[in-house]
Design a protein around this ligand. Structure first.
Ligand code: ADP
Ligand code: MG
Ligand code: MG
Length: 902
């Protein structure tokens, strides 16, 4: 069998990969190859494929056959391109070992820099560079990263809190700086660094029981192995769970020739976005540090300088920009920016290093952005003709749109408050919550449904679960490219970083701002779009009135084939949904009128009806109820005038409506002229073992036709008075004869209403919900009676899986963890099972009624993937809650565009 190709070179005179090979080379590797191909200055290197990682784990943590030989050959490629040799005492090449999966997982996996420095190569590098300080700075960095990543994490060692080797070495470094009165790492002298390196190595031996390896090749293999293992590191696994990234993708390993940003004042390193990732502004946005290596910018140990004048901020405006300090390099970088945007047709996130005034590109990827930025960039790039209309629609994800619809602090309420401190606007929107100081507290509070603001000195990858759980994040340190900023931007979470004037004591749980003390008993409000912090609770509001959003949605509607309706139970909901672009109501439940505000009277009538013992009693109660039902329906029909409205016949869980309080029971007994004990007896009789499958839906209309009759009359009269054609929907059916039975009643009632109202004929439509598997299977028969179908995918999912929706908490998490099912089927349609039934029903129904109108009204109707599935099934519409309407519109357009591209 031919050996697998596990290694691809890039840079120098031979680039084997390209940007399209992300699955195999990881995002970082593929884009390094692509940048090399289009002629950008990329230090040469090679990528060990993700396939190698997968095989490595399959192989019991052993490198698959052939890798060693291929790596050795590829190393020669770098040596040749650089004119240097790895491990050579005179002219030593140094490399980095960098992780990089298919999709970016910021800070979740490991990288080691300066690999190859040893007692054998150090003198040669000093002789060559004549820069001893630089060499020992590189060496101390290698020791710090290598001991942490390769010797501790990759070995699965879990040190006690605060005892991690990296922490210990950091503390030693800080101690030395303090002793000498240094402000910055750059103040350290050669002698300082030399002695530090020796102390570091002793500490490593003491803590980890092993020597720091003094051999270039041993370091390289250690680095490669550690990067592979970091795929299964604790934080990477936790992040994958949250992001839904499959475990079997694996990471690639990029081995790349080092370029040095720490060679003195004409060397530097930085990160940038080709446009502002928070606002979407067409401004080159970045941060850089003189005399530093890459990790310094992200770590937040020094406040980075602004890239240019236009984007300097509160935190860094006192520091020199590259535009001012090195105008010619800045110009070159601007050229790279333009080349990249033209090539990728998108906003890129880049890493670069300047070695003695020479620019090198170390990474590029399509940049994460807030929902606001995604929207603004899409519309701008369309105008710039960088992308076309379809692409613009594809550029905003349903989740990002969701974020745009999320609450912001109410500007009016905000104006009345004083800003207590400012930071950088890292994640958009507004957040209000109680203060917590760590991840555990945040998770615990979120479980109880409590909104919290997580306040930290700075966040690190171990905090992700708490960050996920919190409503907003506030940190004292870190810039726009810090961990907290990157993660929150990806999630669209409200976040403020680098609020330098706050003092956080995470252990004591104390936050100090401007002389005031706040604890976990206090509340904060954040304006993440501006970086402003307020004490206490500021009112929030939704942001649906954004004019840019409106233009974008117009574009969306150009490409969409599915209609989008809403599930609305009140006139108020209907109005909101109309504003969001709903094209009708797909599900109007009349039960809502028995809950909450103004429900007293109709509820009393309903209770009388439920507890009636004879038809006479029931008819009397229904008569009273009818006027409430009619006026309720009329209000919603009026709000939706001109648009279709599907009204579902009552499907109430009867037993839930029986009062338990003695006073209420007495009142009912009096009204019905019976004894209280009799109420108890009748209530007892209503008890069901399995109400979900009990006396509900159409079954009620069959045992008590007078219940259907009352509703039908109310609907027909209301519709006639408003001037709309109602769609009457029969719930919980499993056989065509149930519909036939209801239709007979409807035809009689319609004739009566026509006569009473003196009109020739009343127009209406009758259809059914498809929410029982039998109804789906008998769809051709059902369609002979029904003029439309609406998939009630909550019940359909429940009945198809046999999972009680209210009881899944007990087993669903385990099912997801064990990968027995891929996703919660109540959130996203199970396309293979429930979806199969939908397919059968659509085909069956349309085989007898060609123009059968088909929609979906379950919870999943507003979820991106489910909407795409409905598009594929050829449904006429999806119906979802009012706030999901824009999201469903977007998902429908994206599904149509994606289909056209195939
Ligand atoms: P991450 O995925 O966490 O960003 P990277 O692999 O990109 O990790 O590396 C961490 C830092 O080290 C980055 O700032 C990167 O630019 C820098 N770096 C990586 N490889 C090299 C190299 N060969 N020369 C100089 N700097 C490097
Ligand atoms: Mg990087
Ligand atoms: Mg139902």
């Amino acid at each position: 069998m031919a050996e697998k190709k596990y290694v691809y070179t890039f840079g120098g005179d031979k680039t084997e990969g390209e940007g399209a090979m992300k699955n195999l080379l990881g995002g970082k590797g593929a884009n390094l190859a692509e940048m090399a191909k289009i002629g950008l200055p990329v230090p040469p290197g090679f990528t060990v494929t993700t396939e190698c990682c997968v095989d490595y784990f399959k192989n019991g943590n052993k490198l698959p056959a052939g890798v060693e030989k291929q790596v050795t050959t590829a190393l020669k490629h770098i040596e040749k391109a650089m004119g240097m040799k790895f491990g050579d005492p005179k002219n030593p090449l140094l490399v980095s070992c960098r992780s990089g999966a298919r999709s970016s997982m910021p800070g979740m996996m490991e990288t080691v820099l300066n690999v190859g420095l040893s007692s054998k190569t150090i003198p040669g590098l000093i002789a060559k560079t004549k820069n001893e300080r630089f060499v020992y700075d590189a060496y101390r960095r290698l020791i710090m990263m290598y001991s942490d990543v390769v010797m501790e994490k990759a070995e699965g060692i879990e040190p006690a809190e605060g005892k991690a080797i990296r922490r210990q070495l950091d503390a030693m470094l800080d101690e030395l700086k303090e002793k000498k009165g240094y402000k910055s790492d750059t103040d350290l002298t050669v002698a300082d660094l030399k002695s530090l390196c020796e102390k570091f190595k002793k500490q490593i031996k003491k803590t980890l029981g092993r020597e720091f390896p003094d051999d270039s090749m041993a370091q390289l293999w250690g680095g490669i192995g550690a990067v592979l293992k970091s795929w299964n590191g604790k934080k990477a696994v936790a992040y994958r769970r949250i992001e839904g990234i499959p475990d079997d993708w694996g990471t690639a390993v990029n081995v790349q020739s080092m370029v040095f940003g720490n060679m003195g004042d004409t060397s530097a390193t930085g990160v940038a976005f080709t446009r502002d990732p928070a606002t979407g502004d067409n401004k080159f946005y970045g941060e850089w540090l003189i005399n530093a290596q890459g990790e310094d910018v992200v770590a937040g140990t020094r406040t980075p300088n602004p890239l240019n004048e236009a984007t300097s901020n509160e935190q860094n405006k006192h520091l020199k920009s590259m535009e001012k300090l090195y105008p010619s390099i800045y110009k070159q970088l601007c050229g790279v920016r333009e080349t990249l945007e033209k090539h990728y047709h998108d906003m890129l996130d880049i890493e670069f290093t300047i070695q003695e005034k020479k620019l090198f590109m170390l990474q590029c990827r399509v940049g994460k952005r807030t929902g606001t930025a995604a929207l603004n960039m899409a519309m701008d790039m369309l105008k710039e003709k960088l992308i076309d209309e379809k692409e613009a629609v594809m550029r905003v994800s349903p989740t990002q749109l969701d974020e745009l619809l999320h609450p912001i602090l109410d500007p009016k309420a905000e104006k009345k408050q004083t800003v207590i401190t400012k930071g950088l606007p890292a994640g958009p929107g507004g957040a209000v919550g109680r203060i917590v100081f760590n991840s555990t507290e945040a998770v615990a509070a979120a479980k109880k449904g409590e909104a919290v603001i997580m306040v930290r000195e700075e966040t690190n990858p171990e905090d992700v679960e708490g960050m996920r759980a919190a409503t907003g994040i506030l940190t004292a340190r870190g810039g726009m490219t810090s961990h907290a900023a990157l993660v929150c931007r990806g999630w669209g979470k409200c976040c403020i970083v680098g609020a330098g004037a706050i003092a956080v004591d995470e252990v004591k749980g104390v936050l100090k701002i401007g002389g005031k003390t706040y604890t976990s008993k206090d509340y904060l409000s954040l304006n993440g779009s501006r970086g402003w912090v307020y004490a206490g609770k500021v009112a929030t509001m939704d942001s649906s009135e954004n004019p840019k959003l409106k233009n974008f949605m117009k574009l969306v509607d150009k490409f969409r084939k599915l209609q989008v309706r809403t599930n609305a139970d009140t006139a108020a909901d209907a109005e909101v949904a109309r504003k969001f672009g709903a094209e009708g109501i797909g599900l109007f439940r009349t039960e809502h009128m028995f809950y909450g505000k103004n429900s007293e009277k109709p509820l009393f009538c309903l209770r009388k009806m439920i507890l009636s013992n004879t038809k006479e009693e029931r008819v009397a109660a229904l008569k009273e109820l009818e006027k409430y039902v009619k006026s309720d329906i009329k209000a919603t029909l009026t709000a939706m005038k001109g648009l279709p409205v599907t009204i579902r016949l009552l499907d109430p869980p009867l037993h839930e409506f029986v009062p338990s309080e003695p006073a209420k029971r007495k009142e009912l007994a009096d009204a019905l002229g019976i004894k209280v004990s009799e109420i108890a007896k009748r209530a007892e009789a209503l008890h069901e073992t399995n109400p979900m499958m009990g006396h509900r839906g159409v079954r009620l209309g069959i045992t008590y036709p007078e219940v259907s009759e009352m509703q039908m009359r109310a609907i027909l009269e209301a519709a006639l008075e408003v001037g709309s054609v109602p769609e009457i929907m029969v719930p919980v059916t499993c056989d065509p004869r149930e519909i036939k039975f209801q239709k007979a009643i409807l035809e009689r009632v319609a004739a009566e209403v026509a006569k009473k109202k003196k009109v020739a004929k009343i127009e209406y439509k009758v259809g059914t919900m498809i929410e029982i598997p039998r109804a789906a299977i008998l769809a051709d028969e059902m369609a002979k009676e029904a003029e439309f179908f609406s998939f009630g995918t909550n019940d359909l999912t429940q009945m198809t899986f046999g999972f009680s929706r209210d009881d899944i908490g007990g087993f669903l998490p385990e099912y997801l963890d064990q990968k027995i099912i891929d996703a919660d089927p109540f959130q996203t349609i199970d396309t293979v099972g429930v979806g199969r039934l939908i397919e059968i029903a659509v085909k069956g129904g349309r085989s007898v009624r060609k123009n059968l109108k088909v929609g979906i009204c379950g919870e999943q109707g507003g979820e991106g993937k489910s909407v795409a599935f409905c598009h594929k099934m050829g449904l006429n519409y999806v119906s979802c809650s009012p706030f999901r309407v824009p999201i469903a519109r977007l998902a429908a357009a994206q599904a149509a565009i994606a289909e056209g591209r195939k």
